[in-house]
Design a protein around this ligand. Structure first.
Ligand SMILES: C[S@@+](CC[C@H](N)C(=O)[O-])C[C@H]1O[C@@H](n2cnc3c(N)ncnc32)[C@H](O)[C@@H]1O
Length: 214
């Protein structure tokens, strides 16, 4: 693993992809060891400076999380990865951006590799709204969608959503990117052996899991 100060875009020049890379897009604070954990939050860099971290109260980002905006593409060679994982990040892209990132996943994965995308499940949120039925259910429904953008997004790109997925739209996204047979999966059920270090318990009740072979 290269030191944290090597910018992510330089990784592709130095990376040894012989064994197949493992990439976590929008890892947040929960990236797994041995993976390329990528996140676009400016606080990744701020938190490296102890005084700035203290003053601005940024989270203590793990050293192996690299700051990079994946909407610019993935900084890795063609067919260099065996696994690409992403949890609760694709909903922060617009549809057009998510198509770009999904196509990048297809480019970077080698045949036989696996992509696993986890997002908040729009269908679950709608079902909950319909089941609640009280006077403020509509307010809670809109809050859960979290589709408005604020100044806070600049500091925390994971604060609000730009779109929401149900199973049909997430499968369609991966098919648009070139994946043959994306399928709905379940919490901790995956072709990725390390899924136990990736799927988060606290996301289980709200998430849609879709996975595909390349
Ligand atoms: C809601 S958090 C999810 C974190 C973690 N994966 C989880 O499931 O708890 C979304 C993360 O995606 C990151 N993110 C948003 N846009 C991004 C982008 N364009 N490139 C890379 N990371 C991005 C945010 O900084 C944030 O840490």
């Amino acid at each position: 693993m290269l030191p944290w100060f090597v910018p992510a875009f330089k990784i592709m020049r130095n990376v040894d992809a012989a064994a197949g890379l493992k990439i976590n897009i929008g890892a947040g604070l929960s990236g797994a060891a041995g993976w390329f954990n990528i996140d676009n939050s400016p606080t990744v860099l701020i938190s490296r400076i102890p005084l700035a971290r203290k003053l601005l109260k940024t989270p203590q980002w793990p050293k192996d999380v690299r700051r990079f905006d994946v909407r610019k593409g993935l900084p890795f060679p063609d067919q260099s990865a065996i696994y690409i994982y992403s949890s609760h990040t694709f909903e922060h892209f617009t549809w057009a951006e998510s198509v770009v990132v999904a196509k990048e996943c297809f480019r970077v994965l080698r045949p036989g590799g696996v992509v696993r995308i986890v997002v908040p499940d729009l269908e679950l949120i709608v079902r909950r709204y319909l089941a609640e039925g009280d006077a403020l259910a509509s307010q809670r429904f809109l809050q859960r969608l979290s589709l408005s953008h604020t100044f806070h997004d600049l500091i925390h790109p994971g604060a609000n959503h730009s779109q929401m997925f149900d199973r049909r739209s997430l499968i369609h996204l991966l098919q648009t990117a070139g994946f043959d047979k994306p399928e709905v999966s379940q919490f901790m059920q995956s072709r990725i052996p390390e899924v136990g270090r990736l799927d988060l318990e606290q996301r289980k009740s709200e998430s849609l899991y879709v996975e595909s072979l390349r």
